[in-house]
Design a binder for this molecule. Structure first.
Ligand code: BGC
Length: 756
């Protein structure tokens, strides 16, 4: 379709009407020109296509669909191929249901365990979130339907989500809150981007030209349309000017009329409206011209795919050897979640499942007894319920408690106020663990919880919100049909107050200051050398793995080069399994830049039979070593030594090697009389320029520095001399130099240096 030609035939009124939805889920048609409406729908881990009773909070029913594991779970797979496949399946079902765009993935960073929507988000780590997101988008879009990566940007709390301003410095945005979007745009070019409800540094995301145009389009190269989160528009005219193409759902034509008036009055250029309309139509026609409503949707097959994916996501947090269970043994399943698992979160991503399989159903044929243990609805474990559970646990070889967070504890629309599990469930776990030493806890939750009983149980499996077939996956993992291979995509702190955002999370009124800066998740816990309950990247297996023979392609590189890193992964145990090879890069802190101890810069999931070894290779580039330099307005690599580590988790590094990276970019410097010596001495050019007068400077500024008598050298060592000189501004010569050096000659040196 020649979209430009089409737009040229449209009246201004028609064009403005296209800037918002025709209803909750459709873009506006233009019948006169034969332009059809296109439908979008939530997801993203299934379809929430609503025919009747539209809403954006998952209140009303939608079509029967398949609920795959939510992002909290899929991130734990650390498996790009698998999430690509999940994307393909979602894309196909979109084709079947004639949907042009599925509204996701959601890639906001988990700043605090309290965020009510953490279950929809991937990780506390921007690299992991970006890689998983890009793979998902590529999977969906391979079926010629679009995605809408959301919520752009810095939407990390539900508290006051439509009014709050996330106040974040640029380095933190660039290093933590932007990369998942940036990577997705660069590697997968999502058809659409959804701006968030919140303001960013005071400006609504829906009307921020820096965010929606300068960064997103001009820097990263985004080509699709930007859509508002549902109801995120405050000033529509500002929004159109900033690059917000489509307003959803609609404002009854009110905002379209405002845009029309702004164009008529010369406040807004008509070309900007044309551009927005073109972007929307280009995406719509990309779908329409490739629509395949005849695409089959085999929900039963997707149910099984969902079970398989959920199995790849489960994280074995602890195992004293009780797992895997034997199918020959009597096992007690305890807890209402065994019969009615919690497998998805509440709100706009809530899927109306065509079926679910609980662990109890999946265990049919095995020697499994069941006790309800607690009531989710009443949030209680009565003495009778606990007594029954204890009795069943005593009579079994092992007791498996299915526990976690009820729906009311975490949802879109509000945040948690604490990190605890329901007290009734904690009490049940304590009682059962006291009755049977082989007590296993399977957790269904979208975000970390405190586990006061962690030391008292024999094993813990984190199932997250694993989708409608989570019961199958849980039984497969418990009985060893699937060897667990998930890794935590976030740190589980011991308690909420350990979290770096604890002091500031939620903000004051509408101001949410991100004062912990770049120190989010393990970047903080590592820097503080703090004990955590379970670290980022942690996850056990029924076999063991070794990482050895780390090889770097060079000992020294320039920041324009790439570095190839190879390591051998070996299955050293008795059963086949998959592991995740995690690559971290770290640099010691310097006087110039405060940095995390290490950051994830690569990962790969590998399958190995017992005794088998495989080489795993990563390519690192400038970004792997860089930090965001505000002065340059760009990524920058400090010259120096970097450590490349390969680990089983962020706290279990197996091998490491050093590489020297040289910067090819000089940060522009401007020297004045206020510049301190330390900064001058760090620049070889300045050292050269000052060489002729350096001794005289030292003598003038550090009295006794030329006194070589034993008494003097004992009292003031050369090191002390230099330390004292370090922080002295050059103008100190004027104050303390006694005229030894003429001010003019210093100024001449500075001039020469600055103009070099
Ligand atoms: C949510 C989005 C969702 C939209 C449409 C909003 O409330 O924040 O994630 O896609 O509604 O349901």
């Amino acid at each position: 379709m020649d979209v430009k030609a089409l737009v040229s035939q449209m009246t201004l009124e028609e064009k403005c009407s296209l800037l918002s939805g025709s209803d909750f889920w459709h873009t506006e048609p233009v019948e006169r020109l034969g332009i059809p409406a296109c439908m979008v729908s939530d997801g993203p881990h299934g379809l929430r296509k609503q025919d009747m009773g539209a809403d954006h909070l998952g209140m009303n029913d939608s079509i029967e669909a398949v609920c795959m594991p939510a992002a909290c779970a899929t991130a734990a797979s650390f498996d790009k191929e698998m999430i690509y496949k999940m994307g393909e399946s979602i894309g196909s079902s979109c084709q079947h249901e004639q949907l042009s765009v599925v509204l996701g993935p959601a890639v906001n960073i988990k700043r605090s365990p309290l965020c009510g929507r953490n279950f929809e988000y991937f990780s506390e780590d921007p690299y992991l979130a970006g890689e998983m997101s890009a793979a998902f988008i590529n999977g969906v879009q391979s079926k010629n339907v679009g995605t809408s990566i959301k919520h752009f940007a810095a939407n990390n709390q539900e508290h006051r989500r439509m009014s709050s301003s996330s106040n974040v410095d640029e380095r933190t945005l660039r290093e933590i809150y932007f990369p998942a979007f940036e990577t997705s745009v660069k590697k997968a070019q999502p058809w659409t981007v959804m701006c968030s409800y919140n303001r960013l540094n005071g400006v609504y995301a829906s009307e921020d030209p820096w965010l929606l145009t300068e960064v997103l389009r001009d820097e990263w190269g985004f080509e699709g349309y930007v859509v508002s989160d549902w109801g995120a528009v405050s000033d529509r005219v500002e929004g159109v000017a900033a690059g917000l193409d489509l307003e959803m759902p609609a404002s009854g034509g009110h905002n379209d009329r405002k845009v029309l008036k702004a164009v008529q009055e010369g406040i807004l250029d008509e070309a900007v409206v044309d551009q927005a309309v073109e972007r929307i139509l280009r995406i719509n026609y990309r779908y329409l011209e490739n629509a395949k409503p005849e695409t089959p949707w085999d929900k039963e097959a997707d149910h099984l795919l969902s079970a398989k994916i959920a199995g790849e996501c489960m994280v074995l947090l602890k195992n004293n050897g009780v797992l895997p269970l034997s199918k020959a043994d009597d096992i007690a399943f305890i807890g209402e979640f065994a019969a009615k698992p919690r497998f998805q979160g509440g709100g706009s991503s809530h899927i109306h499942c065509f079926k679910t399989t609980s662990a109890l159903e999946a265990a049919e044929g095995l020697k499994v007894t069941y006790a309800q243990g607690y009531s989710v609805k009443d949030d209680v474990a009565t003495p009778e319920m606990i007594a029954e559970a204890v009795e069943k646990a005593r009579n079994a070889k092992a007791a498996v408690i299915f526990a976690g967070l009820p729906d009311s504890y975490e949802s879109e629309g509000y945040d948690r106020t604490h990190m605890g599990m329901p007290p009734c469930q904690n009490a049940l776990i304590e009682a059962v663990a006291a009755a049977n030493p082989n007590t296993v806890v399977v957790l269904h939750n979208g975000s970390p919880v405190e586990m006061p009983w962690a030391d008292k149980v024999a094993a813990i499996v984190e199932a997250y919100l694993g989708g409608q077939a989570v019961g199958i996956a849980a039984v497969n993992v418990l009985f060893g049909d699937v060897n667990p291979c998930g890794k935590l995509p976030e740190t589980f702190p011991k308690k909420l107050s350990d979290n770096p955002s604890f002091l500031y999370y939620g903000g004051e009124g509408n101001e949410a200051d991100y004062r912990e800066g770049i120190f989010v998740g393990y970047r903080y816990y590592d820097k503080k050398d703090m004990d955590v309950l379970f670290p980022f990247g942690h996850g056990l297996s029924y076999t063991t793995f070794a990482f050895e023979n780390l090889r770097l392609s060079a000992e020294e590189i320039n920041d324009t080069d790439t570095l190839t890193v190879t390591v051998t992964a070996k299955n050293t145990g008795a059963v086949p399994g998959k592991t995740v090879v995690q690559l971290y890069v770290g640099k010691g802190q310097t006087d110039q830049v405060i940095r995390p101890v290490k950051e994830l810069k690569g990962f790969d999931k590998v399958f190995l039979n017992p005794g088998e070894s495989k080489d795993v290779t990563f390519t690192l580039d400038k970004r792997s070593f860089a930090y965001w330099n505000d002065e340059l307005g760009d990524w920058h690599v400090e010259t120096g030594e970097y450590t490349v580590s390969i680990g089983h988790s962020s706290r279990d590094l197996a091998v490491c090697a050093a590489v020297k990276v040289n910067s090819t970019v000089k940060i522009p410097t401007y020297y004045t009389l206020d510049t301190i010596f330390m900064d001058l001495m760090a620049d070889p050019e300045a050292v050269k320029a000052l060489a002729p007068i350096l001794d005289a400077i030292k003598k003038a500024l550090v009295p006794g520095s030329d006194d070589k008598t034993a008494a003097a050298s004992e009292a003031i060592t050369e090191e002390m001399n230099l330390a004292m000189l370090n922080y002295m501004p050059l103008r100190g010569i004027l104050s303390f130099g006694g005229g030894a050096i003429a001010p003019e000659s210093i100024e001449a040196i500075l001039d020469k240096l600055n103009n070099a």
